[in-house]
Design a protein around this ligand. Structure first.
Ligand SMILES: Cc1cc2nc3c(=O)[nH]c(=O)nc-3n(C[C@H](O)[C@H](O)[C@H](O)COP(=O)(O)OP(=O)(O)OC[C@H]3O[C@@H](n4cnc5c(N)ncnc54)[C@H](O)[C@@H]3O)c2cc1C
Length: 320
């Protein structure tokens, strides 16, 4: 019996969210008194490093070809069935969401998505999921014999890696009966931490007045080592790429720090960012709704406040 983590890769490299899935699976397995295993497809990184997060055995399929959610799901479920797993842990990334429902059906398992915390009980299994665009939580009791749990990326955190190596077993990808998908092109934002994985995000809205003012935001983000994001109108107007749009209709994020500059805090924006651990709001209007969701607020003009903040951070980093 085991709990099986799905390890997503990007260009063969393990994603941080995959280590989170591995750590979650191994903690759950330990509490259930079973082993923690993992499945990875097309890895170039060494799968044995997953031992650092408590995985004892990794099933590695190197022949999966281009991403095809049916092949990925079939391979994952095949390993799960053959190795006697009772639960699958998948990070709710874009790629994870593409295989979750398929895996749950093929594994004949109950599915709970958006899990924001470690289960409060393992017998019965009670998991907490974030609901209503992160404005509430729901506790679910999982009554099915098998389960698939998807955890919020960047939501539960990563324990310290320990010195251990997992056993690696090579398996074949399951491609039978699946129409071949050929990925022709991938348009990826280069040189930045993907927003769902970012620990710090500097975000700006219409209060910045014009695309040409974004150097303020990029300078602050660079000083902090943060990623950049924006409100929907900003990406709609073409001031910033759509890949930076956060909110209900954009990307949902959970960074440790979210700095919102010149963003009013409309409910649709908050829906994607309110799970951030600390929120700092900079706005000229002291009645901007965002202040109600803020941990720290600065009522002031972004064009005055942001350069001073950037300078102070640079000085602090240089002195420490
Ligand atoms: C179905 C639907 C889905 C939506 N999905 C999303 C979504 O996913 N994400 C999203 O962001 N929006 C979304 N919206 C839009 C949302 O309702 C708001 O219109 C939008 O978030 C407002 O963007 P903003 O805060 O940048 O602009 P504004 O509302 O215009 O706010 C600008 C803010 O900047 C402040 N400001 C002005 N000058 C300065 C200055 N010099 N210094 C500091 N502050 C200043 C102002 O006081 C104001 O608070 C959605 C709307 C709908 C109807």
């Amino acid at each position: 019996m085991s709990i099986l983590a799905y390890i997503e890769t990007w260009e063969g490299k393990f994603k941080k969210t995959s280590f989170e899935a591995a750590a979650f699976a191994s903690k759950l397995a330990a509490e259930m008194g079973v082993e923690a295993h993992a499945v990875v497809l097309n890895a170039q990184d060494d799968p044995s490093v997953l031992g650092q997060y408590g995985i004892s055995k990794v099933f590695s399929a190197g022949d999966a070809g281009d991403f095809n959610n049916y092949v990925w799901s079939n391979t994952l479920v095949n390993v799960a069935k053959e190795s006697g797993a009772k639960g699958l842990i998948i990070s709710g990334t874009f790629g994870g969401k593409m295989i979750l429902p398929l895996a749950a059906v093929a594994f004949d398992a109950g599915l709970v998505t958006n899990i924001s915390d470690f289960p409060s009980s393992v017998s019965p299994l009670i998991v907490r999921r974030s609901a209503f665009s992160s404005k509430g939580f729901v506790d679910y009791e999982v009554k099915t014999e098998r389960f698939v749990l998807s955890i919020i990326p960047n939501g539960i955190g990563l324990p310290e890696a320990k010195e251990a190596a997992a056993e690696v077993q090579t398996v074949a990808a399951v491609k039978d009966g699946v129409a071949e998908v050929k990925v022709l092109d991938v348009d990826r934002v280069k040189g930045k931490i993907p927003l769902p994985e970012a620990e710090m995000v500097v975000s700006a809205g219409r209060g910045l007045k014009d695309a040409s003012n974004w150097n303020l935001i990029e300078d602050l983000a660079e000083a902090l080592g943060a990623s950049t994001a924006c409100s929907k109108p900003v990406s709609d107007m073409g001031w910033r790429p759509h890949s930076e749009h956060v909110g209900q209709t954009g990307i949902a994020i959970n960074p440790n720090l979210y700095i919102a500059i010149g963003i009013s805090g409309a409910i649709q924006h908050l829906a994607g960012v309110s799970a951030s651990k600390k929120i700092v709001v900079i706005n000229t209007d002291n009645e901007a709704p965002f202040f109600k969701a803020a941990d720290y607020g600065i009522v002031g003009d972004a064009f005055e406040v942001v350069p001073k903040l950037t300078e102070a951070i640079r000085k602090f980093k240089a002195d420490n």
